[in-house]
Design a protein around this ligand. Structure first.
Ligand code: GAL
Length: 471
């Protein structure tokens, strides 16, 4: 009895401690694309090439863990959320193995988890490879509970042979059948236990067509894919069919041409089914090599489906979704209760060039160590700036009134075309006095693809267009 009371007291104290900890770190009130997200521990969410599973009313996000230095497999992370805005780090669902296909110095990409309706087991499929991408293979891992740990089982076999392919995705049809989707338009049906392949459903023999994803709405199947440009963004496209065997009809791009899929590459499509509707959520990666862990971000947008047409014609910087009703509401971080801070309140250090363009003052610098800071009294701060072909990395630090760094982020301002947008938004914090400092790192993202073509930025510029603070 005594022990029980003590236990209850200790548990209550722990809950209070956890709550105040979480409160200090703050929360987001919407899905914001293209900015770092902070998990419940204040760390940047690292889950790229992701997929999402809804299980017992909760959303689980699985993705590549990544490091900031190389592309070697760093494990697959698992996060959970009730509202899709705030993510709790659950665990490394599949860690780097001691040896073998997902051992040290190997590549592991695009983890996709499915719950097998027949066995109740959780099956994770993934692309395994060597660092030169010359040993591609689809592997699988299994777990009894959704968060894992997943046990790597080796290659997924079809007629006793491994599938020696790279970009892959999965699709669960409404009848419970599981499918493996492969680049170039290949689709395989999984066995009842999802641990092998029983049938090649279709081989479209498309050229490239990486990062494949399939979803179904109104009896129509939609197949999304990217072009073959490594981590560089391109205008992704889609096909539709009334059966998975096809014929698959080319429908063009689903985001406006030239936006390069709003600067992202498809990874998964998640239907959010509520009482009133189903919102189809596109999930894309805005890669940032070599700093994928810190600076790659997420582009999640509702896809509007009308018959056989799928489109993301408007980019929503921030949007809310009521997950039980699946109803979407746009949040504009610029206009909603956030005031512009007077330019004189910004302290510039170093060699910033201030240019007036169309009544907007743009401040830019590419000098390592140059910075701007703003002290504010409020609950949330964000800043807008240009991203462009000469965009580089910036370090963002948010200090509390005692000068303690509360949040760190490294943001990438590279884009193949110039575009202004939200570069950073803090979570909502308790009202108080804070200082935001943004400094130029003097570095930029660049990389070579599987064919050794070069991509990425040509400069180290960081730019500021405006700062927004919420009271
Ligand atoms: C992309 C692919 C990514 C990754 C990258 C490496 O085309 O979609 O998953 O493999 O190439 O260059």
């Amino acid at each position: 009895m005594k022990i029980n009371r003590h236990l209850i007291l200790a548990f209550a104290l722990l809950l209070i401690a956890c709550n105040s900890f979480a409160q200090k770190l703050g929360k987001y009130n919407a899905i914001y694309s293209g900015i770092p997200w902070f998990d419940n521990n204040g760390k940047v969410v690292s889950a790229h090439g992701a997929n999402m599973v809804k299980d017992h009313g909760k959303f689980y996000l699985f993705g590549e863990a990544h490091s900031d230095t190389s592309n070697a497999f760093a494990g697959f992370n698992c996060y959970s959320s009730d509202n899709l805005y705030n993510w709790k780090f659950e665990r490394i669902a599949l860690p780097v193995q001691d040896s073998g296909k997902l051992g040290p110095g190997r590549v592991g990409e695009r983890p996709k988890v499915l719950r097998c309706p027949k066995t109740g087991e959780y099956i994770m499929l993934m692309h395994t490879d060597n660092l030169a991408y010359k040993d591609p293979c689809v592997g699988y891992a299994t777990a009894k509970s959704i968060t894992g740990p997943y046990k790597f089982q080796g290659p997924l076999l079809f007629n006793g042979e491994p599938v020696r392919k790279w970009d892959m995705g999965t699709f669960n049809d409404s009848d419970g059948t599981g499918y493996l989707i492969i680049h170039s338009g290949l689709l395989f049906k999984l066995a009842d236990d999802y641990k092998s392949i029983t049938e090649k459903v279709v081989d479209n023999k498309w050229r490239g067509h990486e990062s494949p994803a399939i979803f179904k709405k109104g009896g129509i199947y939609f197949w999304l894919a990217s072009d073959l440009t490594s981590w560089e963004r391109n205008d992704n496209f889609y096909y539709t069919a009334t059966t998975l065997k096809g014929p698959w009809i080319a429908r063009g791009n689903f985001a406006p041409k030239g936006t390069l899929t709003w600067n992202s590459q498809t990874t998964f499509v998640m239907p959010i089914t509520g009482a009133n509707d189903t919102t189809i959520m596109f999930m894309g990666d805005r890669w940032s090599y070599p700093h994928q862990a810190s600076s790659a971000t997420y582009v999640w947008q509702p896809i509007i489906v009308n018959g056989s047409t799928a489109s993301i014609s408007q980019y929503m910087e921030g949007w809310q979704i009521n997950t039980s009703a699946a109803v979407v509401r746009i949040i504009d971080a610029r206009n909603k209760g956030i005031n512009r801070v007077n330019k004189t309140g910004i302290q510039y250090k170093g060699n910033w060039q201030h240019t007036l363009s169309d009544t907007v003052l743009i401040s830019r610098s590419d000098q390592k160590g140059d910075s701007f800071s703003v002290q504010y009294n409020g609950t949330q701060i964000g800043f807008y700036g240009q991203a462009g072909p000469d965009g580089g990395y910036a370090r963002v630090i948010l200090f509390d009134n005692k000068g303690k760094a509360m949040l760190h982020a490294m943001i990438d301002t590279y884009s193949k075309y110039p575009v202004t947008g939200l570069r950073f938004l803090s979570p909502v914090l308790p009202k108080g006095l804070y200082t935001l400092t943004v400094s130029v790192l003097g570095e930029h993202g660049s990389w070579s693809d599987k064919q050794r073509s070069d991509y990425g930025s040509k400069g180290n510029f960081v730019s500021l267009e405006k700062i927004t603070v919420k009271d």
